[in-house]
Ligand binder design. Structure first.
Ligand code: MV4
Length: 670
């Protein structure tokens, strides 16, 4: 009897992976049911799915992790199967069992396989019996501290202590000498007990600067198991993958074959079905060691899809519906090279803190056979504090690694993100780093390239400042025209000023540096001067954010998005952020905005520009600070006078300290 494919499936997940699963179902004619929390009520997967069911409040504990709610949603919508995606309930054996009990197919491995791989020590024992190479160590039941220390001494330092229930670097300690072992063991067990409710650990020889190479495997319910080459995921930051690629660069065919064989044996040892990933640590001399198995479809599965031309969600659906694997090992082949970069709403300048907010402007490169974008958001959506702040995965393919790499840097430069801080520029730096370009990959790459990554980009080019100035002028003009203000010089279409030209100065701040653009309004164009260089400029705005400009006869196309007084200019594959200093505002500096009178950064007082008691206009320059070789001016928040300065020229000031006492003039006075 030929098994029948599902009519309706429910996706117990959110974000990009929910969208990814919907895309395949759409292609196969399968109806999809999304589930959503409060925060995700109007999310992209909810918009894309055929049906959507609310399952609870925003915290995942009260929604995406509540098994009963998800099963109720499946029953209510007639879904025959549930795809768990990754994270949340994907590797929860209890959920797989609950699905079975409810008569719903869990699109994933058997619960026994999830359980078997859920404990590091149990997994090691199982795969060792299957002949898979392991990191030398002790993974037995004896948890006596003195016994474990003996084991560590015998293995030889450095060693790793790993919680059996651990994952993602949690519950892991490196111990460099026997003197440190006892304390490290205690602290590791304490963390494991608190985090996992299981303080059992294993001891391993510590590998120095290993590569993280993982193998994609697939099994079906007929006992067939295939491997689909490997991915190198060595580029990580605090155990978070940043860049993944397939195949792993510069490994021998012999190692590739051995990894594939070992991965299939590991999967076979637990009766694996569906998509899985076997992770290995590979040392410099090509020795490889089983680390763990992830019993789910991984975030980085697209790079393997790109080099094999396959759709792993389709394979999962077929296998879950009882079909055999679509291909056997001999029919699976590898072509070209694929790279994935994860674009996150996080701030590299502030220790990669997640950045919450609305994606005011979001542009990603156009998809093509070379470029794939997997995302769960669109422009206008919000990155909330409740979930992983991923914006998109960018995946590129080409015939060689070099070509794929240049595709990736180009694709990243085509990403425009305004509204949240993001790591796109960091990723570009990383991808062009000496280690990455030379495929000198290991788990310390980011550390090793700190200097390269910290490099500050050069000053904003004049063209970007001109575009910013032009955007201000053109937007004012458009506003004036739409208001049809007859008195406005900008409302007159021809020769705005007949005999005189109108000049004004726009002062922009970028990275605490000030640049003035002096704009001269002329009959048919603008003259815009930056410093001593004067330029002839014409231009028009399209679709609110796009500017077509001609600067000194050179055509330029730019995108300009203004949010919260910050002007984001995307020009020539670079992005620049400028703040227009409004002379009527307190100050151009965000920090100084509230009072205008506190130091926006730690630095040195360069000059006091007014006498205490002297009457000043609103916006007058009062004081100059210098920090990190840049000057910044403190302006008068209103008309009034400085009663007293708290510092003298040459004094050091800390960030946030009050600089002076300012008395505002009484309203109506002066
Ligand atoms: C190791 C190791 C060195 N030697 N085990 C980190 C996460 C956890 N799943 C396993 N991890 C490691 N285990 C031995 N015996 C180094 C790491 C490791 C690591 C592994 C893969 C990718 C990035 C990493 C970053 C730091 C440490």
């Amino acid at each position: 009897m030929k098994p029948t494919m599902f009519t309706t499936i429910l996706i117990a997940n959110r974000g990009e992976i929910a969208c990814r699963i919907i895309a395949t179902c759409r292609r196969l004619g399968i109806r999809t049911v999304a589930v959503y929390s409060d925060a995700d009520a109007n999310s992209r997967p909810v918009r894309l799915a055929d049906q959507a069911v609310h399952i609870g409040p925003s915290p995942a504990r009260e929604s995406y992790l509540v098994i009963d709610r998800i099963l109720a949603a499946a029953k209510q919508t007639g879904a025959e199967a549930i795809h768990p995606g990754y994270g949340f309930l994907a590797e929860n054996d209890g959920f797989a069992d609950a699905c079975a009990q409810a008569g719903i197919v869990f699109i994933g491995p058997p619960s026994a396989a999830i359980r078997a791989m859920g404990s590091k020590a149990a997994a090691k024992i199982l795969v060792r019996q299957a002949g898979v190479p392991l990191t030398p160590g002790y993974d037995g039941a004896n948890q006596e501290p003195s016994f474990l220390k003996q084991q560590a001494d015998a293995i030889g330092y450095p060693v790793m202590i790993k919680a059996n229930a651990g994952g993602g670097g949690k519950g892991m300690r490196r111990v460099d000498s026997r003197a440190q072992f006892a304390a490290a063991l205690l602290s590791c067990k304490r963390e494991a007990a608190a985090s996992f409710g299981d303080d059992s650990v294993l001891i391993e020889k510590c590998l120095i600067h290993p590569r993280h190479i993982e193998v994609q495997v697939f099994g079906d319910t007929f006992g067939n198991i295939v491997s689909l080459f490997e991915r190198d995921c060595s580029v990580q930051r605090r155990h978070q993958k940043v860049i993944e690629e397939a195949p792993a660069p510069s490994i021998t065919q012999q190692l590739r074959d051995a990894l594939g064989h070992a991965a299939r044996e590991a999967a076979r040892a637990v009766g694996y079905v569906s998509a899985g990933t076997v992770e290995f640590l590979v040392d410099r001399d090509g020795g490889f060691h089983f680390m763990e198995m992830n019993t789910r479809l991984q975030v980085e599965h697209p790079v393997t899809e790109m080099i094999t031309g396959l759709d792993f969600v389709e394979w999962q659906l077929r296998v879950a519906a009882g079909e055999p694997l679509p291909l056997n090992q001999g029919q699976i082949s590898l072509r070209g090279h694929a790279i994935e970069a994860r674009i996150y709403a996080e701030d590299p300048a502030h220790d990669f803190l997640p950045s919450i907010g609305k994606l005011v402007h979001l542009k990603t490169p156009s998809p093509s056979p070379h470029v794939r974008i997997d995302t769960g958001v669109e422009q206008g959506d919000t990155i909330t504090p409740f979930y992983d702040p991923m914006i998109a995965k960018l995946i590129v393919w080409d015939e060689t690694r070099e070509l794929a790499l240049s595709r990736m840097t180009r694709a990243l430069s085509e990403c425009q993100i305004v509204g949240v801080a993001n790591n796109a520029a960091f990723l570009r730096r990383l991808l062009t780093s000496p280690s990455f370009t030379a495929a000198n990959l290991d788990t310390s790459l980011i550390e090793r390239e700190q200097k390269w990554l910290a490099y500050e980009s050069a000053a904003t080019p004049d063209s970007a400042v001109i575009i910013a100035a032009l955007s201000v002028v053109l937007r004012e003009r458009a506003a004036a025209e739409s208001a049809s203000d007859a008195n406005s010089p900008w409302a007159m279409r021809d020769g705005w000023r007949v005999n005189a030209t109108y000049m004004r100065s726009l002062v922009f701040t970028q990275n605490d540096r000030e640049t003035a653009a002096v704009v001269e309004y002329r009959a048919h164009d603008y003259r815009i001067a930056i410093g001593h260089a004067s330029h002839t400029v014409t231009g028009q705005m399209r679709y609110e954010v796009s500017i077509d400009a001609v600067i000194d006869g050179q055509r330029m196309q730019a995108t300009v998005v203004s949010v919260d007084g910050r002007i984001h200019v995307f020009l020539d594959r670079q992005s620049h952020v400028l703040t227009l200093n409004d002379p009527l505002e307190i100050s151009g500096h965000d920090h100084a905005k509230e009072s205008g009178l506190i130091a926006p950064m730690p630095g040195r007082v360069v000059a006091l520009l007014v006498q205490p008691g002297e009457a000043v206009e609103k916006g007058a320059s009062l004081m100059v600070l210098e920090a990190m070789k840049m000057e910044c001016t403190i302006h008068a928040p209103a008309a009034g006078r400085v009663q007293s300065f708290f510092f003298a020229a040459g004094d050091q000031v800390n960030e946030g300290v009050e600089l002076l006492h300012f008395d505002r003039d009484a309203p109506g006075g002066h």
